[in-house]
Ligand binder design. Structure first.
Ligand code: ATP
Length: 192
């Protein structure tokens, strides 16, 4: 069972559904965070002089945990590539395999970190208009998710990143694609 998701990823790359990027294009790594999948590094994409974030899918010795981590990672890839055109959702450039053989998601780098840290540092400087604008833009990102029948399920201030003052919804590992059937059954539950 544990092999199926990894095979899905390899097939999605070979069929051209997910962009594969050569790891040697990325230089000067600096660690910027860590989460459920593993560490997050900031890199320079040397050809384009673009700063990106690489989110590593690390493997654990516990095979059951591995299966869950790979599933969440692939779930995040599948959903992100459908909605990353929106200005309030983090951009997804593709995947790469590092020198340890681990897959990494290549993401837009948010230069002001996550919303929790951003508010700690900037709260007194921000005007009401700035705070309202942040709230509105987060709602617009969420609207795009909901229009695509995606429920984030883990939305909090560390999963909203800030790039040049603009919020970007990130971390879709626990998100869910709702289909017609699940929408109907959840609506039925609300009526009980
Ligand atoms: N694209 C990015 N640009 C800048 N910083 C990032 C980026 N992605 C992640 N980070 C930083 O790394 C931290 C960890 O991110 P990650 O999405 O892996 O995990 P998390 O949301 O903290 O945890 P979990 O996956 O367990 O919910 C973020 O809180 C943020 O500070």
């Amino acid at each position: 069972m544990a092999k199926i998701p990894a095979e899905w990823l390899e097939r999605a790359i070979s069929d051209g559904h997910i962009n594969y990027l050569e790891y040697n294009k990325f230089i000067n790594p600096t660690e910027i965070g860590s989460g459920g999948f593993g560490k997050v590094f900031k890199y320079e994409w040397k050809d384009y002089e673009l700063i990106v974030a690489l989110k590593c899918l690390k493997f654990d010795t516990d095979l059951n945990l591995n299966e869950k981590i790979i599933n969440d990672f692939i779930n995040e890839l599948k959903l992100l590539r459908r909605v990353d055109y929106h200005q309030n959702i983090i951009r997804f450039y593709g995947v790469t395999k590092d020198n340890n053989g681990n897959y990494n998601m290549v993401l837009q780098y948010a230069n002001e970190g996550n919303l929790r840290e951003y508010l700690k540092e900037n709260f007194s400087r921000l005007q009401w208009a700035d705070k309202l604008s942040l709230a509105k833009e987060i709602a617009l990102g969420l609207l795009c998710l909901h229009d695509n029948n995606i429920i984030h399920r883990d939305l909090h201030s560390k999963n909203i990143l800030i790039n040049q003052g603009q919020p970007k919804i990130a971390d879709f590992g626990l998100s869910k694609q709702m289909n017609e059937k699940s929408i109907t059954s959840s609506m039925e539950c609300q009526h009980i």
